[in-house]
Write a protein that binds this ligand. Structure first.
Ligand code: GLN
Length: 454
């Protein structure tokens, strides 16, 4: 833990942590030592983790990377962090993210952008600073840069998987309902899921084992036994049918991404699996659907930040003006854009045309997956349409930014488990990930196949 605390300090230029908690870490590590001495050690004893600053941690500043939560110290612990601490994990601090987890590059944080520990080269050969992906950018950077052994992430439309791909680590978004959302600051409640971001597939299994499980405090958490995830990693995928969705061969996909995808298919074939082409015909509507549903839910969830109950308050001449001033100053540009879109698509005159329609398309997208899983046991796709891009790129173009999520949002809309596994380097020398999508609550097959790819 001491070594990691020093590594966190040395990595400050990457801006991955919003709050460092070395005192808490040392106290937890001491308790782990005592358990070791007594021979009563727990599964995660002494593991120094970074916690995405979207998880409420009792008495520790929790910001969601937003100005509006200035000074907010929760009175309660999120179920996810409680589960991790119950099993002996150590908290190094709270990790930077896109404001309220809205973004794909970790550039919307009130606390500034996070840098990817991987750097690129510009045409003149000089170092190019890259984004780590988002929204779990601090989580991805801390694991990739080796200043946390693992980190928690959250994924609404790709925020665990895409940054994992951009930084060369493993990221797992469990089935919706596998992990409790209690005490995790909400973005889009019907999509949000917590999951592990780790160096290895084994670590992901180990960490998810602690995070997952039924929680009576979250009505959408599912009362189902969590299987032994480490035991699922048998190394044997003979006879497994791997679906290759043809609609994911999008126009203009870089050859690099194609190459990694084909290579992934070859690896699985060599291990005895059978690739089958499948069709997910509504894929082309997924991005548009997501960017109606997620802002709609965000506009509703973020209504609670009014200057009265949490964090920042900017006074005004009356109550309405205080609300206006607080929200106008407290929320960044991207969050305000989402609240506007969400309020619009939910408004009386447009509800049927946008929100209701999006819900219908969402059902079709989920049906596509159900049908595909009649022909295969797991799906293999690229995680993201590119490697990490430079800081500043796509910054003023929200649509270009939203396009990053083209491969990750369909599984989110369908509530399915998805995972990004490192699959080597592109010709620009940067990491690329492959995405696995599984049947509901079949994280075991994800881990088993990911282990073979790794
Ligand atoms: N990039 C997507 C968005 O901006 C997904 C974010 C997430 O999964 N939290 O909404």
């Amino acid at each position: 833990t001491n070594a990691y605390i020093a590594a966190v300090e040395a990595a400050r230029p990457l801006n991955a942590f919003i709050t460092e908690t070395p005192d808490i870490a040392l106290e937890q590590a001491k308790a782990s030592d005592a358990r070791y001495a007594a021979g009563t050690n727990l599964p995660l004893d002494g593991m120094p983790l970074g916690i995405k600053d979207l998880f409420c941690t009792k008495g520790v500043l929790t910001t969601a990377a937003s100005h509006i939560l200035d000074g907010f110290k929760p009175e309660y612990e999120s179920t996810i962090t409680e589960n991790l601490f119950r099993d002996g994990a150590v908290m190094l601090g709270k990790l930077n993210l896109d404001e309220f987890a809205m973004g794909s590059a970790n550039i919307t944080s009130y606390y500034g952008p996070v840098l990817n520990p991987w750097t690129g080269k510009d045409p003149a050969g000089a170092d190019r600073k890259l984004v780590p992906g988002g929204s779990s950018g601090g989580s991805a950077a801390s694991v990739s840069g080796r200043f946390a052994i693992a980190a928690t992430g959250t994924d609404t439309g790709g925020s665990i998987r895409q940054p994992a791909s951009f930084t060369g680590i493993v990221g797992l978004k469990p089935t919706y309902g596998r992990c409790s959302r209690w005490g995790t600051i909400a973005f889009a409640s019907s999509l949000d899921q917590a999951g592990p971001m780790t160096r290895t597939v084994r670590d992901a299994a180990l960490m998810l084992q602690s995070m997952a499980g039924f929680d009576p405090k979250d009505s959408t958490s599912v009362d189902m036994k969590v299987p032994d995830l480490l035991a699922a990693m048998t190394g044997d995928i003979r006879g497994l049918r791997v679906g290759i969705p043809k609609e994911y061969r999008v126009d203009g996909m870089p050859v690099e991404i194609e190459r990694v995808w084909s290579q992934g298919i070859e690896w699985l074939k060599a291990a005895g699996a059978t690739p089958v082409e499948v069709s997910l015909p509504h894929t082309k509507y997924a991005l548009a659907t997501y960017y109606v549903v997620a802002p709609a839910e965000c506009s509703s969830n973020l209504a609670r930040y009014d200057g009265v109950r949490f964090g920042l308050r900017v006074e005004g001449k009356d109550l309405a003006e205080m609300y206006e001033n607080t929200r106008g100053e407290g929320f960044g540009k991207e969050v305000r854009r989402r609240i506007l879109i969400g309020t619009y698509v939910l408004s009386a005159g447009y509800y049927d045309a946008y929100y209701l329609k999006a819900q219908k398309v969402r059902a079709r997208i989920a049906e596509d997956f159900t049908k595909a899983f009649e022909q295969c046991d797991i799906l293999l796709t690229p995680t993201a349409p590119s490697t990490a891009f430079a800081i500043g790129e796509k910054q003023d173009d929200p649509i270009a930014m939203y396009l990053n999520d083209v491969f990750t949002v369909p599984a989110s809309l369908a509530g399915l488990p998805g995972m990004s596994v490192p699959a080597g380097l592109a010709s620009d020398g940067l990491p690329l990930g492959l995405q696995l999508i599984g049947r509901p609550f079949d994280e075991e097959t994800l881990l088993r196949v990911a282990d073979v790819i790794e």
